[in-house]
Design a protein around this ligand. Structure first.
Ligand SMILES: O=C(O)CCC(=O)C(=O)O
Length: 258
């Protein structure tokens, strides 16, 4: 029986509300880390073919070289529906509801991997800049590490409290249609290094970023996103499905983009 009930404390909820992020250690067990790690590698190595849902978030950013600068695979659970029934998705749905309300529902999932020595930062951004405008702005992402995430290989950085401020203007960081960025720097943020199987929640408006991977190891992250079911329905009605039906077409943007 999968344990889905994860008791988030009032103090953790308060911390998330105030800071726009929350670290939860060991959200999956070491045994589960091995299982997810093997699944992740099947995606990365092409054993599970993800077609157009696989792209390079770092295109046009780092030094041009062989291979992807930042591998991004949208909707892994479409290619492996069992993932939806496994512990990570189950537990994070429960916690999302504890953090932001009982109407929170699964919106999409993705894998973001930085291969050894790819040295490509994920630019500073707020996730909401990728989305349509929604009357209800509650949204939470969960970023789970499958490798020890350190500053050197690209752990996440957050700007505490930034989810309470207006969206900053965003622009394309590299090529048109690729990653978005806004003005921000490490001086404003804090880095959170975590071990495999631990995760960090962040609000859809929280400023975040990661350095490039300058190490000889991988930096793999499995990311889940939740928002109110009504807002998911609104997104879908406007054709916004986070790359599910047309992975290469990422043209719908929040209007605050310059
Ligand atoms: O993994 C990364 O480097 C970036 C992740 C990210 O931007 C996100 O989860 O919203």
């Amino acid at each position: 029986m999968i344990q889905t009930n994860y008791n988030v404390t009032d103090q953790q909820i308060k911390f998330f509300n105030e800071n726009g992020y929350l670290l939860i250690e060991d959200i999956i067990t070491p045994e589960e880390v091995h299982i997810y790690s093997d699944i992740y590698n099947s995606f990365l190595e092409g054993g599970i073919d993800t077609g157009k849902n696989r792209g390079d978030l770092g295109a046009g950013l780092g030094k041009p070289g062989k291979g992807e600068a930042i591998t991004q695979i949208m909707w892994p659970s479409d290619f492996m529906p069992q993932l939806l029934e496994m512990s990570y998705h189950k537990r994070i749905l429960t916690i999302s509801r504890e953090l932001l309300g009982e109407d929170m529902a699964f919106d999409f999932d993705m894998l973001i991997s930085k291969a050894p020595e790819t040295n490509t930062p994920t630019p500073w951004h707020q996730d909401a800049s990728y989305w349509i405008n929604m009357p209800d702005t509650r949204a939470v992402s969960c970023w789970m590490a499958l490798d020890h995430a350190t500053k050197e290989n690209g752990c996440m950085w957050y700007v505490p409290g930034s989810h309470k401020l207006p969206l900053r203007p965003h622009r394309f960081a590299g090529k048109e249609g690729g990653a978005l960025m806004c003005d921000c720097s490490e001086e404003e943020g804090i880095a959170i290094e975590i071990r495999p199987g631990s995760c960090i929640f962040h609000h859809g408006h929280t400023l975040h970023y990661s350095r490039g991977n300058s190490t000889k190891g991988n930096r793999r992250a499995f990311i889940l996103n939740y928002r109110p079911q009504q807002m998911i329905d609104l997104e879908r009605a406007q054709g916004h499905d986070h790359g599910r039906s047309n992975a290469s077409d990422r043209k719908i943007r929040n209007e605050e983009i310059k």
